[in-house]
Write a protein that binds this ligand. Structure first.
Ligand SMILES: [Zn+2]
Length: 298
């Protein structure tokens, strides 16, 4: 073998070795990149799965919370449940309303004493009474109080006089026969009733002292057409519909309407008006609500 050929063979082997080395190196570098891509891809997938798990968890929490709220809102109080059991035909809403009015309690029990005594919209009934010593500070005699020197809270008296004037403009004679009554007056009235007729009878016809709306100075018993024959005479007057339709504009309501005895616990009184102010009177008139219902719906 010539020296030249020997060099060529060595050179060729060198080239082959170099080629093999290069291919190896390229493969190694490529495999590194491929591996990184796979890791990156796996990481991305893990991140995505984690995100999805988080979303599912959050959704589950939301659904649980919604279901809990729904359960709470549809859950009746023990009192409302008991009321529903005792009154088969009432709905959940009616039971809740009745409980708000304390109608599941005996009258004259669970009593709250009115503290906001300047409130013309105050609620006085068989569960809400007035302090024994309460007397409105600005009582005035109603100008056309036909009998009994009827006195009212000044604002109510002014409103009543405006109503009387409006009636007069229609040729209707409206007057007051009884308005403010003190605690002691009511006490005497009730106790005389008990002595003469027994407590059951007295409770039917007179409210107990402290529980009469007349002590507020915001109520007035009326006469129509000068008819003094019977307290309930206004009901039969041809002028009564006019009064029913217009008194709210002067701030008055019929406090014990015919269809609300189950809430007021007072038999209908066509003659007993109550001043609550024009805004509330109009609202009650337009929505056919008594004062008890109004407060129960608050
Ligand atoms: Zn009355």
């Amino acid at each position: 073998m010539s020296k030249k050929l020997k060099h060529r063979i060595i050179f060729a082997i060198g080239c082959i070795l170099l080629f093999v080395l290069c291919v190896g190196a390229v493969n190694a570098v490529l495999s590194l990149f491929v591996k990184d891509d796979k890791v990156a891809e796996t990481n991305q997938k893990t991140k995505q799965v984690k995100k999805e798990i988080k979303e599912v968890k959050s959704e589950t929490k939301k659904i649980k919370s919604q279901s809990k709220n729904k359960k709470n809102s549809s859950k009746l109080s023990k009192r409302a449940e008991a009321y529903k059991k005792a009154h088969k035909d009432v709905s959940d809403a009616e039971a809740i309303e009745a409980v708000k009015m304390n109608l599941d309690y005996e009258p004259y029990t669970h009593v709250t004493t009115v503290s906001d005594l300047d409130n013309m919209q105050m609620l006085v009934n068989k569960y809400h009474n007035l302090p024994e010593d309460y007397e409105p500070s600005d009582l005035v005699t109603v100008t056309n109080s036909g009998e009994n020197n009827a006195q009212m809270h000044k604002e109510a008296a002014n409103a009543f006089e405006a109503l009387v004037q409006a009636a007069q403009d229609q040729g209707i004679e409206l007057s007051a026969c009884s308005a403010y009554r003190s605690y002691s007056y009511q006490k005497n009235l009730y106790e005389t009733g008990v002595q003469n007729n027994g407590q059951e009878y007295a409770d039917k016809y007179w409210t107990r002292p402290g529980f009469s709306e007349h002590q507020t100075g915001l109520s007035v018993d009326i006469r129509l057409d000068g008819d003094t024959s019977d307290l309930d005479a206004p009901r039969n007057s041809a002028n009564y519909p006019w009064l029913l339709k217009h008194m709210h504009k002067y701030g008055f309501i019929v406090r014990y309407p015919d269809d609300k005895e189950q809430y007021t616990l007072i038999a209908p009184e066509s003659w007993h008006l109550r001043y609550v102010g024009e805004e509330l009177a109009t609202y009650l008139y337009e929505n056919n609500l008594c004062l008890e219902e109004y407060y129960a719906l608050q």
